[in-house]
Design a protein around this ligand. Structure first.
Ligand code: PLP
Length: 344
């Protein structure tokens, strides 16, 4: 394994805390829940993407890049963090976004603007329009004498996934220090790079817990195929051999609600629940839906009340400010959450 030799640019405040969530546990009537606080990775309001960017930016610098090019939607956490990482090491940032400029400058898009990134809109609502445009933008920059480094949508690349392979090592050290048995780990799944790295690390270290990925955008089978291919690529990067029989993580795509980027009632309930029990903010696009999945798994007995579960909090709270109307309009008090969350 070649993990320590791999160039890595320290951008994150690590290790992130592993915190007990006793009032959430109580609200759900068990299990023991801990929050792995990757929302607190430090850079530019934090989030999971910082771990990926540590490896990606190191590669960009080693290639002599002078401008970072990446993309997604205006509320992308990855884009905000990539732009911030670029700024921190003195690179320019060009961000390619699907659709047109949003009417309201809020949340992540506001932060992108504060970071002084150049933003280019594809004019198409199709998210994959970004993938095509990234190469065109990079070619154009080269024609103008620039040295672009392109990061795919979501930072989903084998090298980026190595960040989450390293995160498993960090978590194992925290688990060992507490001599703690863990039965499950639950996280949100978007472009699949985080879960791919987690799965690679979990398989390599043969961790005892089951991995659950809650998809917020893609169908389950597409996620599994992406996880497999990103993990295989990451394994190659660090010269690790994945056993062919490695058990895949469990990916669930039933918590998407109305669609990617549109908050579901259950996600809003979950956001309120965690805020009101632990004073921790989730987000309406990723972690709210993942927590809604965790709550449902407990209700359905898939995660038993006497077990221990780690919820990987991957960040995303800046997008709360771009969803104020749905977050405020739904329900009056959030009472329903506490009641049903108690399993009654
Ligand atoms: C807050 C947050 N959580 C989870 C994810 C999912 O991570 P991945 O794209 O690696 O699957 C993202 C991706 O953008 C995110 O921004």
């Amino acid at each position: 394994m070649r993990l320590v030799e791999l160039p890595r640019l320290p951008l994150a405040t690590l290790p992130t805390p592993l915190e007990e969530a006793p009032r959430l546990t109580q609200a759900l009537g068990g299990p023991r829940i801990l929050l792995k606080r990757d929302d607190l990775t430090g850079l530019a309001l934090g989030g999971n993407k910082v771990r990926k960017l540590e490896y990606l930016l190191a590669e960009a610098l080693s290639q002599g890049a002078d401008v970072l090019v990446t993309g997604a939607g205006p509320q992308s956490n990855h884009v905000r963090l990539a732009a911030a990482a670029a700024r921190k090491v003195g690179l320019d940032a060009v961000l390619v976004m699907y659709s047109a400029a949003p009417a309201e400058v809020q949340g992540n898009y506001l932060l992108d603007r504060l970071l002084g990134a150049e933003v280019i809109f594809t004019g198409s609502a199709d998210r994959s329009s970004v993938d095509r445009a990234l190469d065109e933008v990079a070619d154009d920059l080269r024609r103008h004498g620039r040295r672009p480094y392109v990061i795919p949508r979501g930072g989903a690349s084998p090298l980026g996934s190595v960040g989450y392979l390293a995160a498993v090592l960090e978590l194992e050290a925290q688990r060992a220090a507490r001599q703690m048995q863990v039965d499950h780990l639950v996280c949100a799944v978007g472009s699949c790079g985080t879960l791919a790295g987690l799965w690679l690390g979990a398989t390599w270290l043969q961790v005892p817990y089951r991995l659950w990925g809650i998809s917020v955008s893609r169908p389950r089978d597409e996620c599994l195929a992406r996880v497999q291919s990103l993990a295989a690529g990451a394994a190659q990067v660090v010269e690790l051999v994945l056993p062919p029989s490695a058990e895949m993580p469990t990916v669930l795509d039933g918590y998407l609600g109305p669609g990617y980027g549109i908050p579901s009632v259950e996600a809003i309930e979950a956001i309120r629940l965690l805020a009101r029990t632990e004073g921790v903010f989730l987000d309406p696009v990723y972690t709210g839906k993942a927590m809604a999945g965790l709550v449902d798994l407990v209700r359905r007995g898939e995660i038993r009340r006497d077990e221990t579960v780690i919820f990987l909090h991957t960040g995303g709270a800046p997008s709360l400010f771009a969803h104020t109307s749905s977050l405020l309009d739904w329900g009056a008090t959030g009472q329903a959450v506490a009641a049903s969350g108690a399993g009654q």
